[in-house]
Write a protein that binds this ligand. Sequence first.
Ligand SMILES: NC(=O)c1ccc[n+]([C@@H]2O[C@H](COP(=O)([O-])OP(=O)(O)OC[C@H]3O[C@@H](n4cnc5c(N)ncnc54)[C@H](OP(=O)(O)O)[C@@H]3O)[C@@H](O)[C@H]2O)c1
Length: 267
Amino acid sequence: MDLQGKRVLVTGGSSGIGYAIAEAMLKRGARVVITGRRPGALHEAAGKLREFGAVETVAADVGTEEGRKVTLASALKALGGLDILVNNAGGVRAGRLEDTSEAEIRAMIEVDLVAPILLTRAALPALRLGGDSLVVNITSGIALVAAPFYATYAGVKAGLAKFGESLRRELKGEGVHVMTVYPGATDTPMMRSSRAGPELGFVREPPGAVSDAVMDGVDKLAFEVVRGGEARAKMIALNREDPAALDKRFLDLKPALAEAVRDHSAL
Ligand SMILES: NC(=O)c1ccc[n+]([C@@H]2O[C@H](COP(=O)([O-])OP(=O)(O)OC[C@H]3O[C@@H](n4cnc5c(N)ncnc54)[C@H](OP(=O)(O)O)[C@@H]3O)[C@@H](O)[C@H]2O)c1
């Protein structure tokens, strides 16, 4: 897909992976709206991104109906339409299920699953008008191999992945492609409260590596972009062929992993 002049909305574009995708799209000539809840972070991000092209911001919570309305209406107004929706805003709370509050569980379901579904539904009429449009859903590698202590996050990210797969087929031949991105551990503010490192399989890559792969996927109109390299690919295959072998591996890692992700929270 040629991004020159494309009108792009990146939810959660003020930080991390969303910011890197916004920058990469701007460099290819797209016009971009970034969103987030914190006006200060948005202002700072937009200040840096303007070096690469035209950026507008929307401060709103996509986890609420009102926030989604404001997000889409403001983006359509600023861009005069929409060609690409990047559902990137997300949140996580790790830890044992019994130690996770109902509010934290509901926050993950709302922001990571309900928000992208409803925002996509609302954006579809505008996306159809362009005739060469794209929805990019940022899920997680955890949707393919669900690690312990991330049960709700794995559930909602896997839900988002299947939402995208079904919608891609529903929209086939109608001018709107749907691509699913599965980042591995990425060095962003979301990971600051996790102490899980390479010894536990969490090798972090920079957000720019994810956005480079996303751009490659956009070029090819790929179905999916899976990060984590060969090691991750082997794990995904093993999870299908012999899930008990992975259960054993996780059993050995469980005490250290439980401790390392106990405080991992970014909601
Ligand atoms: N980092 C990783 O290792 C990793 C791995 C796999 C998948 N992912 C996924 O990648 C996506 C981006 O994560 P990241 O690592 O780049 O995180 P990040 O650096 O913390 O950025 C998250 C962005 O989303 C925004 N956001 C969060 N909740 C929001 C809400 N309710 N409404 C509107 N904006 C909201 C944040 O801004 P405000 O805080 O101001 O709202 C920020 O701009 C997420 O969907 C995450 O699940 C990340």
